[in-house]
Design a protein around this ligand. Structure first.
Ligand code: CUA
Length: 248
């Protein structure tokens, strides 16, 4: 249903939408019931000539029920929401499906930068590709990300993936996503992180395997093309040159 307003482009975007819908239905139902009842009471017991105001202490048993019965109903609804939320949380945050690819994400005031493992598929090797503001991923591939902050709290959010994860200085937080639809999607920072917070955006570009291979061929440092994967003697990449290349 939320798809009509915001594309869902990851394997778990639907389950987040269902949870939001469940909460909206439960809360919306009780909002309407409570407001309708409230206005009915105001109308029914409005000031009328010759009718004295009752003095109610609220100590009688049948008056207590006006509190205890709705209270029980609220708890019941809470349990339904908590069960749904825990199931979604377990699926997205607790259970990490095996990674087919791992990328690194850095938040800093005020940009997102990324490290792609490059043609050899391994991080911390000479052919890693560093980008700023753009994350290139393959469709239908399970990615793990290692999320870090270089300064303050940030939050890595891709609304189309229904993905949001805080970046905490001093910690490496691992998470996952699996994009289901090629396209370009927004990345936003969703944690107040200073003057440039509102400008801390980026794009995740979900590509078909062919497009991704083309991007790798275009972007990978040719100096490493002949190097064996993970060769320790590989010269260090020149991130500056690559950053300039990929800047929009
Ligand atoms: Cu980074 Cu807000």
């Amino acid at each position: 249903m939320l798809e009509r307003f915001l594309t869902g482009a990851s394997t778990y975007s639907q389950s987040v939408d269902h949870l939001i819908f469940l909460i909206a239905v439960i809360v919306g139902f009780w909002l309407i019931v409570a407001e309708a009842f409230f206005f009915w009471l105001m109308f029914r017991f409005r000031q009328q000539p010759g009718r004295a105001t009752q003095y109610i202490t609220g100590e009688e048993k049948e008056l207590h029920r006006w509190i205890s019965v709705p209270h029980m109903l609220v708890i019941l609804c809470d349990i339904v929401i908590i069960v749904g939320a825990v199931m979604v949380w377990m699926n997205i945050k607790q259970n990490l499906p095996p990674a087919e690819q791992t990328v690194r994400i850095y938040g800093q005031q005020w940009a997102w930068s990324f490290v792609d493992p490059g043609p050899d598929g391994m991080l911390d090797t000479g052919d890693d590709i560093r980008t700023v503001g753009e994350l290139h991923v393959k469709v239908n591939t399970t990615y793990h990300f290692e999320l870090m902050s270089r300064d303050v709290l940030h939050s890595f959010c891709v609304p189309a993936f229904r993905l949001k994860q805080d970046a905490v200085p001093g910690r490496t937080i691992r998470g996952w996503f699996r994009a289901t639809r090629p396209g370009t999607y927004d990345i936003q920072c969703t944690q107040m992180c200073g003057m440039g917070h509102g400008l801390m955006a980026g794009r995740v570009i979900v590509e078909t395997p062919e497009q991704h291979a083309q991007w790798l061929a275009r972007t990978a440092n040719p100096a490493f093309a002949a190097q064996p994967a993970g060769s320790p003697s590989a010269p260090s990449a020149t991130p500056g040159a690559q950053l300039a290349e990929v800047r929009p």
